[in-house]
Design a protein around this ligand. Structure first.
Ligand code: PEP
Length: 252
């Protein structure tokens, strides 16, 4: 069976109004090429760009997500600096990244992550939930323990299913470092995650992504990991050329 492969662009704190050109080039590429149709492209630009980008690019081929969401369970209100699920949905987001290690470092603890996930789901935003161990946890052999704790402390059994949740495994030691885990390491992680999600959440076919220094070169190796349904891509998603090359190489 052909499964959908996700290519999610996490632009982080990058981009301006001219960056729409990069998305347009990706869009043009798909219009001209009959590359494997079982793919889903999601751009997550900074939220100030979301509305204009999603208004300009109206296509089933390209979707949009946000990199954050308020934990306040209201549509509108006197909450300076907050963007509610409703505001983000109205700006064109259908997905939201939650639990990214860069956000965990600043202001996302387990409780906040859980609150954000539940508010997003209530508002029909799909979750891109990031989990990952740091280097010392990896060295101590604690990776799976850390991942399971991150999942259990954030995902509510009653709300989660295979359609509203994407899990992106992003080892912190791999993000932006150019270091990518071996396929053996990733195979072991993904086999265990799948088993765990079945046991605890009764999710049979979870959408599991890998993220961390993905490039056009290493995607040809990473694509051999059968449980991976795609990638969360930071640096290499900023320019259409490198992003398109990743997608091309995946389907080569
Ligand atoms: C990320 O931060 O989500 C990420 C995967 O970044 P990079 O691809 O730059 O390592």
């Amino acid at each position: 069976m052909n499964k959908t492969i996700y290519f999610i662009a996490n632009w982080k704190m990058n981009g301006n109004h001219n960056s729409i050109r990069e998305i347009e080039k990706v869009f043009d590429f798909f219009k001209k090429n009959t590359i494997n149709k079982f793919k889903k492209i999601i751009f997550c630009p900074p939220s100030n760009l979301l509305s204009s980008f999603s208004t300009k690019i109206k296509s089933k081929l390209i979707d949009f997500g946000t990199q954050d969401i308020s934990k306040i369970n209201l549509n509108y209100g006197p909450h300076t600096g907050q963007l509610s699920a409703k505001i983000l949905k109205d700006s064109g987001a259908n997905y939201v990244i939650i639990g990214h290690s860069e956000k965990r470092l600043i202001d996302e603890d387990f409780k906040t992550i859980k609150e954000k996930i539940n508010i997003a789901l209530k508002n029909k935003l799909k979750i891109i939930f990031c989990i990952g161990e740091n280097l010392s946890q990896k060295k101590m052999g604690l990776a799976l323990k850390v991942l399971k704790k991150q999942i259990l402390s954030s995902l509510d059994t009653k709300r989660i299913n295979a359609k509203n949740l994407i899990i992106a495994y992003e080892p912190i030691w791999s993000i932006g470092t150019g270091i990518v885990p071996s396929n053996n390491y990733l195979d072991k992680i993904f086999i265990n995650l799948k088993k765990f999600l079945k046991e605890k959440y009764n999710v049979n076919s979870p959408i599991l992504l890998y993220g961390g220094s993905v490039t056009a070169d290493n995607v040809s190796i990473l694509r051999n990991i059968s449980l991976i349904s795609g990638f969360l891509i930071g640096g290499a998603s900023l320019k259409s050329k490198s992003f398109i090359k990743i997608i091309k190489n995946y389907f080569k």
